[in-house]
Design a protein around this ligand. Sequence first.
Ligand SMILES: [Zn+2]
Length: 205
Amino acid sequence: MDRLIEGYRRFKTQRWLYQRELYAELADNHRPRVMVIACCDSRVDPATIFDGRPGEIFVIRNVANLVPPFHQGEGLHGTGAAIEFGITQLKVSTVLVMGHARCGGIAAALAPQLPEGTTFLADWIALIDPALRERARAEADPGTRLERESIRVSLQRLMTYPCIAEAVDRGELRLAGARFGIADGELEILDPASGRFIAGGDQRS
Ligand SMILES: [Zn+2]
């Protein structure tokens, strides 16, 4: 906690101070254009990776950046609620699902046994189809394979949300996928035409 308070004091006397007009304006105007669905992992903060200013990126984070299928049954759907808020209230024009290398959630899905002493985590990881896990285990690099596959699946599941399917059909919303490399700083972008990840966002022609 001491470390957090120290950091907050730096923020308040430096970054916030330089941007206080922006913060004042943002107080009544929350209009991010982009939603990023990312992992909770502390190494993959979207605002840092995309060099975002406050108010620019609406971020949803959960274990392994998964999108549950649209479901109206009982239960508390934190990710679904945040998705609906971003689409219907903020009206973002882009949704990016960003996975990352060395994802602990993906590693847990590939492990023979689920992490001990967990209740919610096991159900959450079960969102990753067992068949996908099996296929990934047969690969030389199962983690990378499943990280990429789960991004593709999350994008497909986003289309099961009526508010998303309708906005995409109207041409008001674009869905995208990417995977951040951590150690090399590379961002692989999912190419919608080929369905493959292309290394280096700036190397696309
Ligand atoms: Zn992760």
